[in-house]
Ligand binder design. Structure first.
Ligand SMILES: CC(C)(COP(=O)(O)OP(=O)(O)OC[C@H]1O[C@@H](n2cnc3c(N)ncnc32)[C@H](O)[C@@H]1OP(=O)(O)O)[C@@H](O)C(=O)NCCC(=O)NCCS
Length: 218
């Protein structure tokens, strides 16, 4: 019986072979000057704002750029990049609360084609955080209507720890916000090959396409 929560155990299927190629093709990287227009465009996309922020209005690009620069200096802002083309595919951002042994993060992959960019982006980001800081657990909060992220977090081994009732307004009513967490012990179990994500990771590390701590600094 696995200690890693997640979707029901399934044997590796055709998508997993495809995922082997895909996981090798993303890398986590720092923001470059040329990424800023794309990042600002994503962060101002009013169709997506409700998915990841309580902000409901666009901001002028100059302010967004300085916000991103500030996040890079003081936070954990990291881009998900295509290893070959260097194109930016998404981003992760978060805050460390070292004194409490926790970190919080959010993830954004706008071209959502279920290519496991979110999954491996989170896995690498979280592995990097646990390897670099004395953290007990990592949190990700999401709104109850954001089913994709709920599924993504559950597929990544996160468990729902609690919820904030009627936290945000969207469309016609208030919605809860869920707090998901992943503990250090769960990550270690994944790294031992437990759960669906542990088996996928093992498939890929065994074939040499994946390394847990690859943080390409370019
Ligand atoms: C949520 C998001 C990051 C998913 O990115 P993605 O790269 O498409 O997701 P992945 O391919 O890595 O999905 C991994 C797993 O999550 C689950 N999942 C993700 N998207 C899903 C969807 N649309 N439907 C069903 N399951 C989904 C599946 O279990 C999937 O594994 P599988 O394909 O092997 O079954 C992306 O949709 C996004 O950025 N949305 C907008 C921003 C946002 O909501 N951010 C959250 C703020 S915390």
């Amino acid at each position: 019986m696995s200690n890693v929560p997640g979707p029901p155990d399934e044997p590796a299927g055709p998508r997993d072979g495809r995922a082997q190629t895909l996981a090798g093709s993303i890398t986590l990287d720092s923001v470059r000057e040329e990424d800023l227009p794309t990042l600002c465009q994503w962060m101002n996309n009013i169709d997506d704002l409700h998915l990841w922020t309580t902000r409901r209005r666009p901001i002028i690009y100059e302010d967004l750029e300085s916000d991103i620069r500030r996040r890079c200096r003081t936070g954990l802002f990291t881009v998900i990049r295509d290893t070959k083309t260097r194109e930016v595919l998404g981003f992760l951002d978060g805050t460390l609360r070292e004194r409490h042994g926790i970190a919080e993060f959010e993830v954004y992959v706008p071209d959502t084609r279920r290519l496991r960019r979110g999954l491996w982006g989170i896995y690498r980001f979280v592995s990097h955080l646990f390897a670099s800081y004395p953290l007990r657990k990592v949190y990700c909060q999401t709104y109850a209507y954001n089913h994709n992220v709920v599924r993504l977090l559950e597929a990544s081994g996160f468990v729902k720890e609690g919820s904030f009732k009627d936290f945000t307004w969207w469309r016609d009513r208030y919605w809860d916000m869920f707090a998901y967490s992943l503990e250090r012990e769960t990550l270690e179990a994944i790294q031992r090959g437990e759960g669906r994500i542990g088996r996928l990771r093992k498939l890929m590390t065994d074939s040499g396409r994946f390394s847990d701590y690859t943080m390409d600094r370019g």
